[in-house]
Design a binder for this molecule. Structure first.
Ligand SMILES: [Zn+2]
Length: 285
């Protein structure tokens, strides 16, 4: 890993990398570049500020020694300085207030690598804004489970996080199923082609195809997003679950975004209808 490559990864290491995950292996030059990119980097990055409660720009802090190193350090001196760091903290400050700070702790085990060992606020807290907007359409319980899943995955708990995601995903599919079956009941039998028995017998991927009119098109067209769902729990390893985490989470968010859009559209129409009614009654009087 070159220094440039390390610098390109810093933002992810800070905001996305799970605790206890390695950012560099045993290679000394990898460790040097990772540490240098982490501690001698003043490039700002965007993240959710838990104090401002919205997205903010964070600027990593440098102490006097580090500032001197950036300005005057020779490459060899900088390298020795970096490799001497055993336990180091990267602190970053919110552009809106110097009191809003994030901290990230890394451990360098010479000859063995560099790993992330601490962070405040937690990755789960940083991803809550992404999910909290969906309370209206997913409900408090499902959003809470989604946050729990994200929290578990960031701590490397694969199967546990997967179970939460699966629960949410299946309940969303069940919502669509109720809608499809409900419309079937109301409709004229001649035009109703909903086959409840076939649905009950179907596997999850087949069910999604059957519900294609009630689920986001994107989801129906990309079965790999939920492909893992057709497997039994005992067939999956911790790693299978972690590797599929992002795809599963995305599948859920796609449904959530669609629902939110429909919800907002409905709200807007209701507001407009009310407005028109008001205008109508004013004109009459
Ligand atoms: Zn802030």
């Amino acid at each position: 890993m070159t220094l440039e490559e390390a610098r390109a990864k810093v933002e992810d290491w800070l905001v996305k990398t799970s605790l206890y995950e390695e950012v560099a292996g045993s290679d000394v030059s990898d460790c040097h570049h990772a540490i240098q990119a982490l501690i001698l980097r003043a490039k700002p990055f965007d993240a959710h500020c838990v104090e401002c409660k919205r997205a903010a720009t964070f600027k990593p802090d440098l102490d006097d020694e580090q500032r001197g190193m950036v300005l005057h350090g020779t490459p060899e001196y900088v390298k020795q300085y970096c490799l001497r760091q055993n336990l180091f903290t990267v602190t970053a400050t919110c552009a809106r207030s110097a009191a809003h700070r994030m901290q990230f702790v890394f451990r360098h085990h010479p000859g063995r690598g560099v790993q992330k060992i601490g962070q405040y606020p937690s990755i789960a807290d940083l991803s809550i804004p992404e999910t909290s907007q969906f309370v209206k359409v997913l409900g408090q319980d499902r959003v809470r489970e989604l946050n729990k899943a994200i929290g578990l995955a960031t701590h490397g708990v694969g199967v546990g996080s997967y179970i939460y995601l699966r629960r949410i995903f299946e309940s969303l599919v069940e919502d669509a199923h109720k809608e499809a079956a409900g419309e079937g009941e109301e409709g004229d039998d001649e035009f109703n082609d909903w086959d409840e028995d076939a649905y009950k017998r179907a596997r999850m991927d087949e069910r999604i195809t059957m519900l294609k009119d009630y689920l986001p098109k994107f989801l129906v067209e990309h079965p790999q997003l939920y492909g893992i769902l057709s497997k039994h729990l005992h067939e999956l390893s911790e790693n299978d679950c972690l590797q599929n985490f992002d795809a599963m989470k995305e599948a859920i968010l796609i449904i959530a975004r669609d629902k939110l859009k429909a919800h907002e559209e409905k709200e807007q129409r209701a507001t407009t209808a009310k407005l028109l009614q008001k205008i109508g009654s004013t004109m009459k009087s």
